[in-house]
Design a protein around this ligand. Structure first.
Ligand code: SF4
Ligand code: SF4
Length: 437
């Protein structure tokens, strides 16, 4: 490779890493626009949770076939990144397959493994494209996926197809060049897939093979660098964020609703004036959340980690019975609004009032009122996301700050306050029923 190509490669490589790094830094900054929440205790349990749910994708196995196909794409993505180290070294130094002479049989094994995983990822990407575009599975055709989210999912699968095809083509042409004794093409040993697929190129001239091999090599690396920069704008950011999101999971019992400590203290002292108030780590500006900056940073990390798989919506009783609510949409709206607030911050240096908010402009009162707080969405999510927490915070705001609740709810709240029960009778009369037996 000439010096010009080496310099070009180094420039593209460094610029791509720099741009992706800047965008990831902005995402981290956006997440910490949320309110504080301490989630770093029980480290051993967090390691276990992250290993099982992010690395092991435990929840995915409730549907084994998609889990296995997703596993092909995921493992091939991780292993192919190991190969990237060699590609970067080759690109900058001008060598070809720098590690092959040093690693011998292990190199043959690694590249063969990458080939097999690439072939399986190719198969998985085709099946996933068919599920979305031919079989039109309900989970992938619901209203919140119309437009860009649907295209994003397809685009990433097409990119995956191009990347793995480039790897397989590059190796097949390379293997054929080795058989012809081409200079600068070191012996890789018998590659598991390329030893067969190289037959496609038999009969081609050496210079033609070099053009094919180099074109596939550049397509592969440019594709990966494009993918890296596309990732932060796509739902596929979960490839990275699934890990921190699993680490910072809330270890509350399933369905537990987080109290507001300031309110809990008031209620406790109302019931027992001698009660000692609990220490309050953080006093919120509002009751509940009107906008993304009122939500915990963990809820904002959740929003960026959402894969838009729709498993939450598919198990949501409100959605199944035709209500407006979709927990997937709650997460997508939160992310979209947070991105909007982030752009506002980029433009003005601090977040300026744009007259918009998550509640009202993105998520309607009808949606949040439809939630039964059953927790099914939290239970179904493969990446430890909690849409219910966001719904409850928005509902708290609507009720406590805007007094925006249906009349039946207000009657129940009054009864709770006056009678310590949802019904309209004196607490002293609670056991009257037994007199009627
Ligand atoms: S908690 Fe609410 S949003 Fe989640 S599944 Fe139940 S009804 Fe749907
Ligand atoms: S919240 Fe979880 S289950 Fe729902 S769409 Fe996002 S990743 Fe899927």
């Amino acid at each position: 490779m000439g010096i010009v190509l080496q310099v070009l490669f180094a420039l593209i490589f460094l610029a791509s890493l720099g741009l992706a790094g800047m965008k990831l830094w902005r995402i981290r900054r956006n997440i910490f626009l949320g309110t504080p929440e301490s989630l770093n205790d029980r480290k051993a349990d967090r390691w276990k949770h992250m290993t099982l749910f992010a690395l092991g994708q435990k929840k995915m196995f409730s549907k084994p076939l998609p889990a296995i196909l997703h596993g092909f794409i995921y493992v091939s993505f991780v292993i192919v990144n190991v190969e990237l180290i060699e590609i970067a070294v080759d690109g900058i130094t001008g060598h070809h397959r720098t590690f092959a002479p040093y690693l011998g049989g292990f190199y043959t094994f690694m590249i063969s493994l990458i080939e097999v995983l690439s072939a399986l990822a190719l198969l998985a990407a085709i099946v996933f494209l068919a599920r979305r575009n031919v079989l039109k599975i309900k989970r992938f055709t619901q209203p919140e996926l119309k437009g860009w989210p649907f295209k994003d999912a397809n685009l990433i699968l097409i990119m995956e197809l191009i990347l793995v095809t480039a790897i397989l083509t590059m190796n097949a042409a390379d293997f054929q060049l080795q058989q012809l004794g081409a200079a600068h093409y070191p012996d890789t040993g018998k590659l598991f897939v390329a030893q067969y697929t190289s037959a496609v190129f038999s009969g081609m001239e050496m210079h033609q093979l070099e053009i094919v091999e180099r074109s596939a090599w550049w397509l592969h690396i440019l594709g990966i660098l494009f993918f890296l920069n596309y990732l932060p704008y796509s739902k596929h950011l979960h490839i990275i964020l699934a890990f921190p999101n699993a680490w910072y999971v809330r270890f509350t019992s399933p369905g537990a609703i987080q109290n507001m400590p300031v309110i809990a203290n008031e209620v406790k002292t109302m019931l027992d004036p001698s009660a000692t108030p609990e220490p309050v780590a953080f006093t919120p500006k509002t009751f509940g959340a009107k906008d993304v900056t009122d939500l915990s940073w963990k809820s904002l990390l959740d929003a960026y980690s959402c894969t838009e798989c729709g498993r939450c919506t598919a198990s949501c009783p409100a959605n199944i019975t035709g209500k407006q609510l979709s927990p997937r949409k709650i997460m997508m709206d939160t992310r979209d609004r947070l991105e909007e607030v982030g752009r506002n911050l980029d433009k003005h240096g601090s977040v300026q009032d744009d007259g918009k908010s998550l509640l009202g402009d993105y998520i309607s009162i009808e949606e949040i009122r439809a939630c039964t707080t059953c927790n099914a969405c939290v239970d179904a999510c493969p990446v430890s996301i909690n849409p219910l927490n966001i719904i409850l915070e928005l509902r708290r705001y609507a009720i406590m700050e805007q007094s925006n609740a249906p009349q039946e709810w207000n009657m129940m709240f009054n009864n709770m306050e006056n009678n310590q029960a949802p019904w309209q009778f004196n607490p002293a009369d609670r056991l009257n029923w037994k007199n009627e037996i």
